[in-house]
Design a protein around this ligand. Sequence first.
Ligand code: TRP
Ligand code: SF4
Length: 398
Amino acid sequence: MFADRVLSGMRPTGKLHLGHYHGVIKNWTSLQNEHECLFMVADWHALTTNYDEVGIIEKSIWDMVIDWLAAGVDPEKATIFIQSKVPQHAELHLALSMVTPLGWLERVPTYKDQIDKLSHKDLTTYGFLGYPLLQAADILIYKAGRVPVGEDQVPHIELTREVARRFNHLYGREPNFEELAKAAVKKMGKAGKEFDQLRVRYLQDGDGEALLKARELLGASQNLGAIDGERLLGYLENKGKIILPEAEALLTEASKMPGLDGQKMSKSYGNTITMREEPAAVSKKIRAMPTDPARVRRTDAGDPAKCPVWQLHQVYTDSATREWVQAGCTSAGIGCLECKQPVIEGVLKEQQPMFERAQQYLDNPQLVKDIVADGCARAGKIAQDTMREVREAMGLGY
Ligand code: TRP
Ligand code: SF4
């Protein structure tokens, strides 16, 4: 059922690096085994900040999708699609804009942050203010229950929940709601009795477990259509119909992936290794990494805690190797190039299957286009259904 559905997205910013892999995409490749997953290229979002350099967006899209596939996102399991190719995102964004107070958007912390940070650009645009509302539309159009994101995106998920609540409050009211809900409970047959009991336990005793169980019952019921399902989701909590359910952020553990200089790996710091970086370049970059400044000469002892290479050991080598580093560094028993070698090997080993998976797509770019076209069609079907309901709820069902 949709509560289980996962949606996430990424702006097309060009080739991805190992920070993206460890921070986001590795997580996607495991989610796709447990949930219905939709992974979106957020090209409209790219335009909100890059409206003046549109030339790079298209190439970035294909590079990024190939990186996803290379990392193991599986088009047989997950739906890969492009935001602007499913026009209902834009349509829902407009619909939601009718009911979203300006203050909610102005208060989102990323808004002023980004305007300051990207001060070379004029971001005092209507589109940029709407960035998190567009993201809300991305999520709500699929009624996704789970949204894997990093810490910085949590305010956007909060806004999504607020907007959904407001929408349901405004448009989920039906004059004969109680009767319709009770009729829907009857349709559930035997499970309906249990549903009623769980509802009472939740409403009277605040039993959260009962709420979850009741939702499960709804999800499992074969006799309810989508509309009755929404009615009962709302009835369960003594609200009206829940047309747009509230999503949860699935917090991706902050990526510990350090860059070549020990800061977080990020394109803007120029400290990245791309996911499909040539092996020779990987070697060269790691061999050029700064180390503990105390190790001026090979005979000077060092301290791994003061060295960015040590941070990469945490990601790429086993505990035996790390013991060897600790002992060798603090006694000047090993040289820094020696110390870097197992890290280089670790990175190359991780990248090997990515190169292999990417090759067929590089040889035949049409394959990637077909995967995306197929994903857009699948996503579009869900989005159309939601939009139909939204139009009806807003009195635009004619
Ligand atoms: N704003 C997100 C980011 O910068 C990208 C994004 C767009 C997204 N739409 C989304 C993420 C919907 C999750 C869900 O990372
Ligand atoms: Fe860093 Fe390793 Fe050199 Fe120590 S030996 S300073 S941990 S690269």
